[in-house]
Design a protein around this ligand. Structure first.
Ligand code: SAH
Length: 343
């Protein structure tokens, strides 16, 4: 039924203005419709009472409101919720809602599968299928925000399946929709993108100056080790990645966050900590340490002692860091555990 119609949730407000201008609708229509969809959460043109009746019929024939199909919802003992969503072409993705005391974070996926094949991460193990459309990204937010009211989503992280900077345009458009004032009106500083280190796109993102935060999945502070863990490092080694991080910090006036997942016997040696400390000093970045989740793909979490030794080494160098707690481990909702169903 929707075959010949256009999915209206693929448009930013600026794009909708252009599309509707072409359709010869009154100028204020785009703004009104945007408010109906994102501020008032109405997805039926016939209920948009400030548009003329005739035009509502025309719009109803032109556009449709896509939605995700909820295939599965799981709740962790710590309150984290994981959602498996079916897409129109039968593929699927996952999103995670993480409630905390003073805030709650939604982790969004941007691709079905992933191209970058980090050796420790399950998200890319079945390869890459396709980019998500803007509507498929924003619908993860809308579905979960509608469902879990009155718990408000305060933070968004693009840390689900896929590489957000590899689906650059759609990720940016989604952020524009999320932050639009008469709409969802989320604060840009509460939105974070995480990247495996796509250097040209980090510069591009810096230029846009969206006021969002950037995390970089580092996991190793020397090229040999990082090449083994993250093949993207062969294309964009640390001598290219570090200046990109510095440039982003400079333009955004905010430190970039470096993510370092501790993996047993892989990246937890004394020298690893020393090199990491140097890199933190050099870049002025903030450091988040996470203990590896699960035990798959020949990787596992280090024991307490290994973790403490690494932390002590950083402390000795005067490096401040946050040890991030993993949430939702019992339902495979923690970092790096999200999967797409591709088969
Ligand atoms: N492609 C982006 C976005 C994914 S974010 C990126 O690489 O940053 C997912 C984060 O979880 C990344 O930092 C990734 O390196 C990390 N990760 C992958 N597998 C993990 C695991 N088993 N335990 C903890 N973190 C993991």
């Amino acid at each position: 039924m929707n075959k010949n119609k256009i999915d209206i949730k693929n448009f930013t407000s600026e794009e909708l203005i252009k599309v509707l201008e072409k359709g010869k609708f009154p100028k204020f229509y785009a703004k009104q419709i945007f408010i109906w969809i994102y501020e008032k959460r109405v997805e039926d043109f016939h209920l948009m009472t400030d548009l003329s009746k005739e035009n509502r019929d025309v719009l109803q024939n032109m556009f449709y409101f896509s939605n995700l199909e909820l295939l599965k919802e799981e709740t962790s003992s710590d309150g984290t919720k994981k959602f498996l969503f079916g897409l129109e072409d039968g593929l699927s993705i996952e999103s995670v809602f993480i409630p905390e005391v003073k805030r709650s974070t939604l982790c969004l996926s941007t691709q079905v599968g992933c191209k970058f094949d980090c050796s420790f991460c399950v998200s890319g193990k079945k390869g890459f299928k396709r980019d998500l459309k803007v509507s498929e990204i924003i619908n993860q937010y809308l579905f979960i925000a509608d469902k879990i009211r009155p718990d408000k989503i305060t933070n968004i992280v693009f840390m689900g399946i896929g590489e957000p900077l590899d689906n650059f345009d759609n990720t940016i458009k989604t952020i524009k929709i999320l932050t639009k004032q008469r709409g969802l009106c989320l604060a840009a500083r509460r939105i974070s993108i995480s990247t495996c280190g796509l250097v040209p796109e980090i510069y591009k993102l810096a230029e846009l100056d969206l006021k969002i935060k950037l995390s970089v999945s580092l996991h190793a502070a020397n090229n040999d080790l990082r090449n083994q863990l993250m093949p993207i490092n062969k294309k964009y080694p640390l001598e290219l990645l570090v200046p990109a991080i510095e440039q982003f910090s400079k333009i955004s006036n905010h430190s970039v966050i470096l993510e370092y997942v501790l993996m047993k016997d892989r990246n937890t040696k004394k020298e690893d900590a020393v090199e990491l400390a140097q890199l933190i000093v050099e870049t002025g970045a903030k450091l988040n340490i996470i203990v590896y989740n699960g035990s798959s793909l020949d990787f596992s979490p280090p024991q307490e002692e290994e973790i403490n030794n690494f932390k002590n080494e950083l402390n000795k160098k005067g490096i401040f860091f946050t040890l991030r707690k993993s949430r939702g481990q019992d339902i495979n909702a923690a970092c790096g555990q999200l999967k797409s169903k591709i088969e």
